[in-house]
Write a protein that binds this ligand. Sequence first.
Ligand code: FAD
Ligand code: 2HG
Ligand code: ZN
Length: 472
Amino acid sequence: LTQISDNVQRGNYAQLNDKDVSHFEQLLGKNYVLTEDLEGYNICFLKRIRGNSKLVLKPGNTQEVAAILRYCNERRLAVVPQGGNTGLVGGSVPICDEIVLSMQRLNKVLSVDEVTGIAIVEAGCILENFDQRARDVGLTVPLDLGAKASCHIGGNVSTNAGGVRVVRYGNLHGSVLGVEAVLANGQVLDLMSNFKKDNTGYHMKHLFIGSEGTLGVVTKLAMLCPHVSKAVNVAFIGLNSFDDVLKTFVSAKRNLGEILSSCELIDQLALNTALQQFKFLNSPISGYPFYMLIETSGSNGDHDEEKINQFISQGMERGEILDGTVTGEPGKVQEIWKIREMVPLGLIEKSFCFKYDISLPLRDFYNIVDVMRERCGPLATIVCGYGHLGDSNLHLNVSCDQFNDEIYKRVEPFVYEYTSKLKGSISAEHGIGFLKKDYLHYSKDPVAINWMRDMKKMFDPNGILNPYKMLN
Ligand code: FAD
Ligand code: 2HG
Ligand code: ZN
């Protein structure tokens, strides 16, 4: 564990005392006020950041969240909202001794309407559970990511999580129709809406999509859920060069456009690491420099299958695709998806891993991996790239046996400078959190950063909500 939060100067917040704890016990009941065994709430998923919170609160409804924040605001006690704690930028754990506000108990799916496609859900509902409830009536949540068994839908909204279906459904700014959020002063802001169209002034809900718990705590939301597709096919293909990857992506858009639901890239090292770490994974093909996972979702199985098969055979005839497999069998589809989902976990399990989640222009998409391999030389054990090619979002991972300053300095801030020069984004989907806050300026104009600061001050004048995150 690398405690890179060790040298942070504690903000000017009050110290928690016994009276505070009794107050919360009265408010929530003793069972929901934790003062022991807090390790899991204090350490981030990547085990890079460890906070020192002495208190975890588990409210059961919006009013309790509001009462907690009102009290903390008056007392100047700092708070970190926590969902499933699967975030990869250290946003969900305390940096010093902030109170952890766990959303675990706000976990109900309140309604799913088959006709309108709108689901109302509490923020602490686990994504996979939410999706299961939607599927019960033939709908699906338009968001899917490897952390679905633990991440919360409220955490997803607060990070504007991307995942593997953005290419089809767009991001959460489109799918989330409304949110309910509790502000730092305890006010409940009701921005719930059941409509796609609502041009009544400023679209305030967007402020809570991707603001990482710095402006308010999301307690409830309305999600527009599409129907489950009747036919899902997945192709897993091997390719020789990134040039061929790009040609294949263009061909997928041209030939599969209306049924294309995912377009992912995995390079050889990323795949091999996952296969080595998890023996239960079965890759249908192996030995290629690049792999693409292309998924189609449509309403006519025969038609879709014919299309995807033709897409592959034509790609092979042109020599752009070297090998591939297509399946529409649900069990096999899941097996192939499992390979993709386990890639980040394989890298995390194997060794220490620096993770970069960047948007880059497609033509330059993969060059950074080669450049980084060269820069790190033998200091790095693995330098690999994978991610959401269909959204121009690369996950660059640099591994070494353990955290060491020499490699850290080779990689950062170089990777951010490189991304900035190409006008990319230093955080495509994971957010800024604690780990990336010093680098925000590489992607954001100084005028915009100042407005962000002003907004933060307006929403949270005492700075109690998720301090030490996003903004310096
Ligand atoms: P947390 O980690 O608990 O919190 C994340 C941030 O949101 C923190 O700043 C926290 O303070 C804030 N927050 C949480 N809940 C609330 C709330 N109710 N109100 C206000 N603020 C809140 N991310 C992607 O975008 N795409 C991927 O494909 C993807 N794949 C992943 C795969 C794996 C294996 C792992 C481990 C992570 C992956 N992630 C991915 C990152 C992570 O899962 C997402 O960022 C996810 O949205 C975080 O949800 P969470 O509930 O775990 O939030
Ligand atoms: C994914 O797409 C996640 O698998 C994780 O966003 C990426 O760990 C990473 O680098
Ligand atoms: Zn991702």
